[in-house]
Ligand binder design. Structure first.
Ligand code: SF4
Ligand code: SF4
Length: 761
């Protein structure tokens, strides 16, 4: 179908103060032959929008280029939803040009002209995405019947969705069932409370939209979101169910106390953990393990193994309140007992400070800040605790009949010895095998060492959901075993679409937080199913209707896309041909970046679209001394960061041209070759930070871009071009003030290496 493009240029928001918009419109019209090209001083106003709608109808436009502000603003105004066959292309001449360049300057005008040509080119070569709609299940499976799972199930069921609740133990209730009391969760935050789990369990059991399976595990989960076929195993014959999304609320387990020998565990008979103390409380029996004597003095060591780089570097958030609670159990039982709480810091956030104050009122409870240097046993099996760096600077020794170690929690997804994603300095997945744009000579290479490790990790990983993903059976985890997708921007996501972790399997938290977390996960599970049912992507490209299309006739079965997809969306057949699971796909475009055959494309994002945009930029001749640098910016952080730089009116070189990409991993390196052969003097790639504390919104896209750079540099050498012509930079959203410096620095580099020798060819 022929494209009919209408171009609308805004002259408001100071755009016309910097750019001659009339001349821009003239030039665009004459160069691109678009049937409609208009200037409006208030393009997002009702009148202008109505005029665009009229033009769409009367001129039969099927592409609309809005040359105005950032694509991130005025999204409602420039959304012509009632005409889904019309593709809207946003060209940012405000934040990326008028606001950051010298007004009424030749170079500013040239920049705006290039952006218009790029916008029209993109509009001409892209097409509106069409939704992929299939029948899906809207039943939610909640795995885990503790506080988080019970609350998630109830929330989803109350919202009208069918829920299947799977619990491996005989009874629902989780840890709450095994605890005598909980610390106060209600004002005035002074007295211990019942957890109330029995009522919660009752509500779940009575709910007509919840089906409960206890003593049940998951044998297998096949398929994709919306069409997940799960086989349940509960002693008898396996049972098959179909669900749409999953809330994984399998909770926590205690940190392995065998690793706490340095605090006396396993060496001194009367050293127990906080979980063992809770078991004693349930039996109302606190006698010493060594001799059955009622204790007269009990010590607690806080952060036992927590906030310790050799054990659990994080804080489990509840251990301080648990020790305060257990101190109250003991004081109630033994009115004369002395309690010693040895801490690095007592952490009782928000209103829980009132509970801390309440416990401090007890004259028999002593708090001592310090570092435990040694724990030993005396001749009558008492525990001797040497504490240094106390508040008075003195070393002290605490002697107690018993010692309780306030140890932390680890997620049930953590498996000792398994390799978490980005574990050990970010190398668990190893360097990808590809990166270039080159035709692979062989079908598949031997896996790299890191990949073997990852595969081994997946083998050894948790086997809870038993998913059929080529990358492993369960949710991929980070270093400490928590499932994660992006810890800063969307901590609630996992890397398995429509599977959400809730409660302590996601992060350490108390039961109060877990209830909220459970509601959040239930909502996300509902959102995911509703989005999938209309063919829309979930986070972070929520609502995106595009999906990757594979021209498989030209596939060489190199397996690069299947290996590099961070979301496990691509299975393979026996020969290695990708078999997409569209409902798993997050539309990151990393497969497009990986494919050396360039056969993966989206309707509105493809290798040809990028190449056409690059070639629509005018390259001045060398004699004009106006270098050109192409800057690929990641749409997740770098693009908004450039927008903020625009808002702050930070000025930078007029010789750069920005092209937004879905992720640096979604950049096919053929674009770099195209740009160099078109005469660009330099190419800058700006994306999110890779590595262990990664900020890449598609998990490993910027890491993949780094690896691909190796091949790019090789290619530059072959072309006898300086490798300094291509550079990667990392930019967080808040780093907008660094943008002028980054550009300046690169422009200086390009000035040093000189013009691209292919420029005037
Ligand atoms: S777009 Fe991203 S999530 Fe989808 S198949 Fe490609 S690499 Fe995987
Ligand atoms: S589609 Fe995937 S397997 Fe096929 S050539 Fe491209 S990257 Fe390789």
């Amino acid at each position: 179908m022929d494209t009919k493009v209408g171009v609308y240029i805004c002259s408001g928001c100071d755009i016309a103060k910097a750019i001659d918009v009339e001349s821009l419109a003239e030039k665009t019209k004459s160069e691109t032959n678009v049937p409609v090209c208009k200037v409006n001083e208030f393009l997002c106003g009702e009148k202008a929008i109505a005029e665009i709608k009229e033009d769409i109808k009367n001129e039969e436009l099927n592409r609309v280029v809005i040359a105005a502000c950032s694509q991130r603003v005025k999204t409602n105004e420039f959304n012509f939803e009632d005409t889904p066959e019309v593709l809207v292309e946003r060209t940012n001449i405000r934040e990326h040009c008028a606001w950051v360049q010298k007004p009424e300057d030749e170079d500013t005008q040239m920049m705006a002209e290039d952006y218009l040509r790029m916008g029209v080119s993109r509009a001409q070569h892209a097409a509106p995405p069409e939704a992929n709609i299939e029948e899906i299940s809207k039943t939610i499976m909640v795995v885990g019947g503790g506080t988080s799972g019970l609350n998630s199930a109830l929330q989803a069921a109350d919202a009208g969705y069918d829920v299947i609740l799977v619990e491996k133990e005989e009874e629902l209730g989780g840890w709450a069932r095994k605890f005598k009391k909980t610390f106060p969760l209600n004002p005035p935050y002074r007295e211990l409370e019942d957890s109330g789990y029995q009522e919660l369990v009752q509500k779940v059991n009575d709910h007509d939209k919840i089906k409960v399976y206890t003593s049940t595990t998951i044998k297998k989960s096949k398929g994709q979101p919306g069409q997940l076929d799960v086989t349940l195993q509960n002693g008898g014959a396996p049972e098959d169910i179909r669900v749409g999304s999953i809330v994984m609320a399998t909770g926590w387990k205690p940190y392995d106390p065998e690793k706490l020998g340095y605090l006396g565990y396993g060496k001194c008979e009367n050293v127990v953990t906080n979980v063992q103390m809770e078991e004693m409380a349930m039996k109302d029996d606190f006698k010493r393990p060594s001799d059955g004597k009622e204790p007269e003095s009990i010590a607690f060591i806080q952060c036992a193994g927590s906030r310790d780089k050799d054990h659990l570097p994080y804080c489990s958030t509840v251990c301080c309140r648990v020790s305060l609670k257990q101190a109250m159990y003991l004081r109630e039982k033994y009115p004369n007992a002395k309690i010693f709480i040895i801490y690095k810091d007592i952490r009782t956030p928000a209103q829980f400070e009132m509970f801390y104050a309440r416990v401090q009122e007890d004259e028999n409870i002593f708090f001592t800040k310090g570092e435990v240097v040694e724990v030993a046993e005396d001749s009558d099996k008492g525990v001797l605790i040497d504490v240094d760096e106390t508040l008075l600077g003195e070393k002290i020794q605490v002697k107690a009949d018993m010692l309780v170690l306030a140890s932390g929690m680890v997620p049930t997804t953590r498996v000792e010895g398994a390799v978490g994603f980005l574990d050990e300095g970010g190398e668990a997945f190893g360097p990808p095998k590809t990166a270039d744009g080159d035709k692979p000579e062989e079908k598949a290479e031997e896996p790299e060492e890191g990949e073997k490790k990852a595969a081994a990790g997946a083998e050894k990983g948790a086997k809870i959901l038993n998913l059929s993903y080529r990358q492993g059976t369960d949710l991929p985890t980070l270093k400490y075993g928590f499932p994660d997708s992006h810890y800063i921007c969307f901590p609630y996501e996992t890397r398995r679409t429509a599977i959400y972790a809730a409660g302590c399997v996601r992060a350490p938290m108390d039961s109060y937080q877990a209830q909220h977390d459970a509601s959040g996960a239930a909502l996300k599970a509902i959102q995911a199913m509703e989005a999938l049912s209309v063919g829309k992507a979930v986070h972070p490209r929520a609502g995106d209707l595009s999906f990757p299309d594979f021209f498989l006739q030209r596939c060489t079965q190199c397996k690069r896309c299947t290996e590099e997809c961070p979301f496990g969306s691509l299975d393979e057949d026996d020969k290695g041909t990708p078999k997409p699971n569209f409902f798993r796909c997050r539309r990151c475009g990393i497969c497009l970046g990986s494919c050396p055959e360039r056969i993966i494309s989206f309707k509105n994002y493809s290798v040809p679209i990028g190449s056409h945009m690059i070639r629509s930029i005018e390259i001045p001749e060398e004699i004009e001394e106006k270098p050109r640098v192409l800057v690929f910016i990641c749409e997740n952080d770098a693009l908004p960061s450039f927008d903020i730089a625009g808002l702050k009116r930070l000025q930078y070189s007029p010789y750069i041209r920005l092209i937004p990409v879905r992720c640096l991993g979604a950049l096919n390196t053929v674009w770099i070759a195209d740009a160099l052969s078109a005469g660009f003097d330099g190419i800058l790639l700006i994306g999110c930070k890779p590595g262990e504390n990664y900020q890449c919104h598609f998990v490993r896209g910027s890491q993949l871009a780094e690896y691909r750079m190796g091949n790019v540099k090789e290619k530059l050498k072959q072309l006898v071009l300086e490798e300094e012509r291509v550079r990667i930079e990392h930019l967080a959203l808040t780093d907008y003030d660094k943008i002028p410096g980054i550009i300046e620095d690169f422009m200086e580099e390009i000035d040093t290496v000189g013009p691209n020798p292919y420029k005037d060819f």
